[in-house]
Design a protein around this ligand. Structure first.
Ligand SMILES: [Zn+2]
Length: 426
């Protein structure tokens, strides 16, 4: 696989830069064989951990970054192919820690490829995966596709009328049994829902989520919670929850929850903001979505004052928790392959800096989900990165100005992929 990938990469570089690449090819008769490395030169590199390298150089060998640094600090191997990225900005591919993938193989594949098209390296499918495809596919490397993780079926109290995929539990024994089943399947994380859905249901009680968290930790698993109310967030923190899959949504947070969090500073927030309630354009999806559908989406996007208020609560809560220094990762919920770019912009709209939001969506998310080889443009990591035509540190919506996406050192053929998504769209 990686041999073929390298051949494709080199072929692409030759096609783009014949005169430069020929320099490497002329070694045929000399002692030094042509290098398999490719040097990318001249870009601004957003490393993903907060650092930025202006006029950077990075060398990709096979599916990994071999060297990353400022021009002059990197020794490009003899015979390496060279790609000029002057004027471009490079950032790590995105890690989406809260997503929902289709449980069927074919649709899941399409979704992972479409997510890759928009710059996602890894998506975590959070709690609605029935069947086996989700478990089989997380161990597979899809050509041109993002990687995946799965929480399998999550755990909630009975919610008749909503999805019946999650385990519905009403006793401590059922709660613990559900966790043991998930542990046997080796889920990547346990997802729970603690939400009465506006008074419709009895939400998972502290006794039950306490049992889930305890049993999960006994089995070496972490728990992430869908939460709505401040009161439940406090209970979950006391019970040892590891992460929140949403922000606190019913009211502005108070000092007590900040104190509880401070005693557990490893707890991760995936803000997963709601729509900001502001009219936006979707014209930037033209590479993979039909003009007809884009026109429809544009028409449906209007200013909604009530949504703006709801957004405001979560925005203030996220900014306060981020300001306290608690880890803020990144997730979009839903199944839209391009929503990552909306969420990045929403987090900036909410008050985080573009630089901090990119850290959240790359290195912080990668650490949170345990993807050790993702999240930064750094020697030794998987060469999963996005080449942008404009700088997202100036304007976060520049993450949409994608020139190329590389996964495991190979450039996606975005033009062909985009046309395929469009023609196959339901
Ligand atoms: Zn979700």
């Amino acid at each position: 696989m990686s041999g073929m990938s390298r051949a494709r990469l080199v072929a692409m570089v030759f096609a783009l830069l014949p005169s430069v690449a020929l320099a490497g090819a002329c070694d045929a008769g000399s002692d030094t064989p042509p290098s398999s490395a490719v040097a990318f030169e001249g870009a601004r590199i957003i490393v993903g951990d907060g650092a930025v390298i202006e006029d950077g150089v990075f060398v990709v060998d096979g599916d990994r970054f071999a060297q990353v640094g400022a021009a002059g600090d990197v020794e490009v191997p003899d015979g390496a192919a060279r790609v000029d990225l002057s004027g471009k900005t490079v950032m790590p591919a995105i890690v989406n820690a809260h997503f929902h993938l289709n449980p069927e193989r074919e649709a899941r594949t399409e979704q992972l490829r479409h997510s890759a098209y928009y710059g996602t390296a890894l998506a975590v499918s959070l709690g609605l995966d029935e069947g086996n495809a989700s478990f089989q596919m997380r161990d597979e490397v899809l050509a041109d596709g993002a990687r995946s993780q799965t929480a399998g079926r999550g755990i909630t109290s009975p919610e008749p009328g909503r999805s019946e995929v999650p385990h519905w539990v009403t006793t401590e024994d059922e709660a613990r049994a559900a966790v043991r089943e998930l542990a046997a399947q080796q889920v990547d994380i346990v997802k729970i829902w603690v939400d009465d859905r506006g008074g419709q249901y009895e939400r998972l009680s502290p006794e039950l989520y306490g049992a889930v968290i305890d049993e999960a930790h006994t089995n070496g698993l972490r728990v992430t919670a869908h939460v709505f109310r401040l009161e439940d967030a406090k209970g979950l923190l006391r019970a040892g929850v590891d992460a929140f899959a949403h922000g606190i949504r019913d009211m502005d947070i108070d000092d007590e929850v900040v104190e509880l969090w401070r005693e557990r500073p490893h707890v991760v927030l995936v803000p997963n903001l709601p729509g900001p309630g502001v009219a936006e354009t979707f014209d930037w999806l033209s590479g993979s979505v039909s003009a007809e559908r884009i026109a429809e989406m544009n028409a449906n996007s209007t200013d909604r004052p009530q949504a703006q208020e709801f957004f405001g609560i979560q925005a203030r809560n996220m900014v306060r928790l981020h300001g306290e220094g608690f880890p803020v990762a990144f997730g979009t919920d839903g199944g839209s392959p391009w929503a990552v770019h909306q969420e990045l912009a929403d987090m900036v709209r909410a008050g985080m800096s573009p630089a901090d939001v990119i850290v959240a969506a790359t290195s912080t998310s990668a650490v949170f989900v345990g993807a050790d080889d993702l999240g930064t443009v750094e020697a030794g990591k998987s060469a999963d990165f996005i080449v942008l035509d404009a700088n997202p540190l100036d304007d976060i919506t520049n993450t949409r100005a994608i020139s190329t996406v590389y996964l495991r050192g190979v450039a996606l053929d975005r033009e062909e992929m985009g046309a395929g998504f469009n023609s196959r769209a339901p």
